[in-house]
Write a protein that binds this ligand. Structure first.
Ligand code: HAM
Length: 413
């Protein structure tokens, strides 16, 4: 038996209505806020993520699905996230003449070679938004409000917004200095990877999962205490705007995010009661990314939320039961003439826009009615020789247990 790859999933017809319901809300909300959908390729040149996401991040170092293309020596990677691809697309398509800010959203599959567990898989699905060209805190507040609005409409009452600022190019060196000094005095207590991080990218020490490193991270210097006046003012203004917009948050200095492109605002929405993988949405500002990828200096802000984690959170809140669409009518038929007539009526009603089914298996009347019941058909119509001869049949309302006569030639629902 060939089985699916570890860490991937089949989403079956009973489950797709929930995903489509969620995706519908995401699209509606994104479009309400003026975002347009963008679709980028599933794979990109590896270099894009190495430069965009950062070569010292866990995503790039340990988690990417990277392979040599059949073309000579080219290295390709299945996208581990959407932001770098969207930035590349905007540069490659030269969208600088469009009205600013540029606002894009996407619903995509992503790939990361992580240890699978509840809420963490190797192929997963993200809804994300990216806004380019606006560096004002109003852009951050609007992106965050959009994320909050989607989560609200999904019925998530168990989610909290954690907010932080990690500063910019000018205050980062100052903070990095304080961080290195702190960790140097604890060097014997940190894991081997963190010893390397101390040299390559000290900020990454803060999101090490090793328990001892995590304990040290909790007591480490905080970015918020090292912000330059501009970053401080940006953050304070963002907080006031969120207050004005009625978006609740907690300031959490522990949020640093695992990807290198972030500057200033970073945030995560964390759900209670869904286990260890509780971050349903993560995002932040990335003011240097477009330039890093060869474009102009264009600031950016965005977020992405993981659909399977949202499903876990919705189950926890009791909002995940979305019914699949049911047939409005099932036409049962006995005999060859009735079967042909049933097919004709079925097709006619489908063209009128209704969900209608009839027998395709040559089954007994009893078996056909059992099928109609299982599929939850609202009405049934039983056709035999008598109905074909008279052109009249009984349309039965299964919910009300009533029936009425209809003319086969032209009845509608
Ligand atoms: P991220 O925090 O790496 O950020 O991922 C965003 C969300 O995707 C996570 O909060 C989580 O819900 C979901 N997710 C991540 N990895 C997995 C996984 N292995 N299995 C299931 N769900 C997962 C980004 O990807 C950034 N691009 C977000 C962003 C957009 N920042 C600015 N713009």
């Amino acid at each position: 038996m060939i089985q699916k790859i570890k860490g991937t999933m089949d989403i079956l017809p009973e489950e797709t209505p929930l995903f489509r319901y969620m995706e519908g809300i995401m699209r509606e909300e994104a479009e309400k806020y003026g975002f347009g959908e963008i679709r980028t390729p599933t794979f990109e040149n590896t270099e894009l993520f190495v430069r965009g996401v950062g070569d010292t991040t866990d995503v790039v170092q340990k988690e990417m699905y990277t392979f040599a293309d059949r073309d000579e020596g080219r290295s390709i990677t299945l996208r581990p996230e959407g932001t770098a691809s969207v930035a590349r697309a905007l540069i490659e398509n030269g969208r600088y003449g469009d009205p600013m800010p540029l606002k894009y959203y996407y619903i995509i599959n992503c790939f990361r070679h992580e240890a699978p567990q509840a809420g963490r898989s190797r192929e997963f699905f993200q809804f994300g938004t990216e806004m380019f060209g606006a560096d004002s805190p109003a852009a951050d507040a609007t992106s965050i409000a959009l994320a909050a609005s989607v989560l609200r409409r999904l019925g998530l009452k168990n989610v909290k917004l954690h907010l932080n600022s990690i500063g910019c190019k000018s205050c980062r060196p100052n903070y990095r200095g304080a961080l290195v000094e702190y960790y140097k005095s604890h060097e014997s207590e940190i894991c081997d990877t963190c010893k390397k991080r101390l040299v390559t990218n000290p900020l990454r020490l803060l999101d090490c999962k090793n328990p001892e490193c995590a304990a040290l991270a909790a007591a480490a210097p905080r970015t918020l205490d090292h912000l330059c006046p501009d970053c401080r003012a940006h953050f304070d203004s963002l907080c006031r705007m969120l207050d004005a917009m009625g978006v609740e948050y907690v300031i959490d200095p522990a949020i640093v995010r695992g990807l290198d492109y972030y500057t200033r605002t970073v945030f995560e929405f964390v759900a209670e009661g869904i286990g260890a993988q509780s971050t349903v949405c993560g995002g932040g500002r990335y003011d240097g990314l477009v330039e890093e990828l060869g474009g102009p200096a264009l600031p950016g802000i965005g977020f992405a939320m993981g659909l399977t984690r949202l499903v876990l959170a919705m189950r926890e809140c009791g909002t995940a039961d979305i019914e699949p669409a049911r047939p409005v009518l099932y036409i049962a038929a006995l005999g060859a003439r009735a079967a042909e007539c049933a097919l004709g009526i079925t097709e006619r009603l489908r063209r009128e826009g209704h969900i209608v089914e009839c027998d395709l298996m040559g089954r007994s009347l009893k078996a056909q009615m059992k099928y109609a019941n299982k599929k939850g058909a609202r009405y049934t119509l039983i056709l035999g020789d008598n109905e074909i001869d008279t052109g009249v049949a009984a349309l039965r309302d299964m919910e009300r247990s009533e029936q009425r006569e209809v003319r086969l030639a032209d009845f509608t629902l």
